[in-house]
Design a protein around this ligand. Structure first.
Ligand SMILES: Cc1cc2nc3c(=O)[nH]c(=O)nc-3n(C[C@H](O)[C@H](O)[C@H](O)COP(=O)(O)OP(=O)(O)OC[C@H]3O[C@@H](n4cnc5c(N)ncnc54)[C@H](O)[C@@H]3O)c2cc1C
Length: 560
């Protein structure tokens, strides 16, 4: 067998493809069909890359970074954007330069221990979960709703969250150690450091040592500013999480907390050690039907007191779509389950026919060691809201599954079925404190009603995280204008309520230009300093997190 030998240098005389093909043993492609596939994620943007590289291992990634650094120093417009499964909703993995695609080769589960696993960034979550469940009965709780599609690298880089985040937190809580390639092509392993370990690291005359020295200094000198910038809502993926690096209680300094959620703008992740959790075996669901949103905050407050494992919601538009396209859900199942689930949809079909559709459906799921205690919790929560003007029911088995199907498939329902219109994520991930619902929701409603658009709302109601997905005709300039006009208005409103403009989907092309609504000018300067410490030549995913503009949004928005 002939082993490919990796070249090293930048050669300005040959094409990018030929040059990089000698560097990345795992292969490259500039095939127009491949480039087209990599020009999209699930956002409203499109950017055609020049080349896609498929690294075989961390050495390939390091060699590629060194090559790009050299090329940049010679004045070439070139950069590297990591990509896992490409399900990002913000334009995070899109670039006009080189995509570093991890799912082809760097997709191995390397180790599954009792309550941790080690894997490469290109492993699909569905495969990782199969392995961890099989070997330990544990999983990574903050898996996103895109769990069947996404991969580990994107979950880390976006600091993802999901239906279990209410009880278990976001991805950053589960990251124990990250192997990364830094912007000079050197490799580093980040994990929490004790005071002594930090002191030793800071002495190293390497880029890693420099990163520790300067980041530590920046955090110490700006302690108050950073603490004030800490979002007060329970979920956030906006900005760089400087507030999570220094853990005063445990006296640790942990750069994994900066890399997680940084959308590949500080380093490329090549391996991760992640904690696993064992979930309770039994669940029971309380379903609440709301016709008047005024009562929502009180329902959320009372139900949360019973510590549901998840507390989700979907609106009347999602409800109607689900009934209309119930056949689609059923086709995914075998005949027996399809018949059972089909019967489970009959009450919804009846509600749709008689016009008794609730404005919002809330799903609170309670988990416990036994079926009986799970049901008891759901019953107690139901009793606690019995005096409010709502309808409610307990759901088990197929009924429970039906509600989950509607909630989990809400975005896919829009994407697949509304022809000519685009399910457009641009205000799809806002978070406010649930206590602010009574004042915030009417203001949001007034804003949305200024525009003649149809939208669905689903989301993590217990966390105050709303997924508002408008349906837009991206061919029409007036619709593209609405996006540019409405997005900053919604972000400004959210910021006024001390919320987050993105709880889990991150900044990307869509939100980077609007980070000033959430963060002070000084905090934005600190973000720029962090980027400069890690990546002074702007090699990694330029224009995301730092330096993105509204013109980028206009330029890369799809027109079809
Ligand atoms: C139907 C649907 C539902 C969704 N639901 C949720 C949800 O509930 N919660 C949630 O958080 N998100 C959700 N998302 C958004 C998205 O799926 C998640 O954020 C997911 O974790 C992204 O993973 P990915 O593998 O697709 O990453 P990609 O889209 O490939 O990349 C995401 C970001 O990570 C960076 N990146 C990728 N690999 C690396 C690496 N090795 N090193 C450094 N940077 C890297 C990319 O540059 C990009 O900026 C949803 C999306 C869809 C389509």
């Amino acid at each position: 067998m002939i082993r490919k030998v990796r070249a090293t240098g930048y050669n300005s005389q040959v094409s990018l493809r030929d040059d990089v093909a000698h560097i990345v043993i795992g292969g490259v492609s500039d095939d127009p069909e491949v480039l087209k596939a990599y020009s999209r994620d699930t956002s409203i943007f499109e950017r055609m890359p020049e080349l896609v590289a498929f690294p075989k291992d961390a050495d390939d990634v390091a060699a590629l970074v060194k090559y790009v650094r050299k090329a940049k120093e010679m004045g070439r417009h070139i950069s590297l954007t990591g990509r896992a499964a490409g399900t990002d909703m913000s334009g995070g993995p899109l670039t006009d330069s080189i995509v570093v695609s991890f799912t082809k080769h760097m997709n191995r589960v390397l180790e599954v221990g009792y309550d941790t696993c080690v894997a490469e960034p290109g492993v699909y979550y569905r495969d990782l979960e199969k392995a961890t469940l099989k070997q330990t009965g544990r999983l990574i709780p903050p898996y996103p709703a895109s769990r069947e599609l996404c991969a580990l690298g994107g979950m880390l880089a976006n600091n993802c969250a999901g239906e279990l985040t209410l009880l278990y937190g976001k991805m950053n809580r589960y990251v124990l150690e990250l192997d990364v390639v830094l912007s000079d092509g050197s490799r580093a392993t980040f994990h929490p450091l004790s005071k002594e370990e930090l002191k030793t690291k800071k002495k190293e005359q390497t880029l890693e040592g420099d990163i520790y020295r300067r980041t530590h200094k920046l955090i110490e000198e700006n302690e108050e500013e950073i603490e004030n910038a800490r979002p007060s809502v329970s979920k956030n993926s906006a900005g760089y999480a400087l507030w999570d690096v220094l853990d005063k209680e445990n006296e640790t300094f942990d750069l994994t907390q900066l890399i997680v959620g940084s959308q590949g703008t500080l380093a490329l992740i090549t391996r991760a050690r992640v904690a696993l959790e064992k979930l309770e075996e039994n669940r029971s669901m309380l379903v609440v039907f709301l016709s008047d949103l005024a009562v929502l905050p009180e329902v959320v407050r009372r139900v949360r007191a019973f510590y549901p494992e998840s507390f989700e919601s979907y609106d009347n538009h999602t409800f109607k779509l689900a009934v209309r396209f119930a056949g689609d859900f059923l086709r995914q199942l075998g005949l027996r389950d399809a018949v059972r689930l089909g019967f489970a949809f009959l009450p919804e079909a009846w509600m749709a026919i008689t016009g008794g559709i609730p404005k919002l459906v809330l799903l609170a799921e309670f988990a416990s060691a036994t079926d009986m205690t799970a049901r008891d919790k759901a019953r107690e929560a139901r009793l606690a809201i019995a005096d409010l003007p709502i309808a409610s029911r307990l759901a088990f088995g197929m009924m429970e599954e039906k509600y989950w199907k509607i909630r989990r498939e809400s975005f896919a329902l829009l994407r697949k079925h509304i022809h000519g219109l685009h399910a457009a994520p641009f205000i799809e991930d806002i978070v406010v404190n649930p206590d602010d619902y009574p004042r915030f929701l009417p203001e949001l409603n007034t804003l949305l009603s200024q525009y003649d658009i149809m939208y669905t709302i689903a989301g993590h109601i217990g966390n105050g995280n709303f997924h508002i997905i408008p349906l837009m005709d991206m061919k029409r300039p007036e619709h593209r204008r609405i996006i540019l006009e409405l997005a900053p208005k919604v972000y400004e409103l959210v910021a006024r309520y001390n919320g987050s403009i993105t709880g889990e989907h991150n900044d990307g092309i869509m939100r980077t230009p609007y980070l000033h609504y959430m963060f002070s000018p000084r905090t934005l300067e600190l973000f720029a300093e962090v980027k400069n410490i890690f990546d002074p030549l702007n090699i990694f995913n330029p224009g995301k997190k730092v330096g993105g503009t509204v013109e980028d949004i206009e330029r890369y928005m799809i027109h079809t």
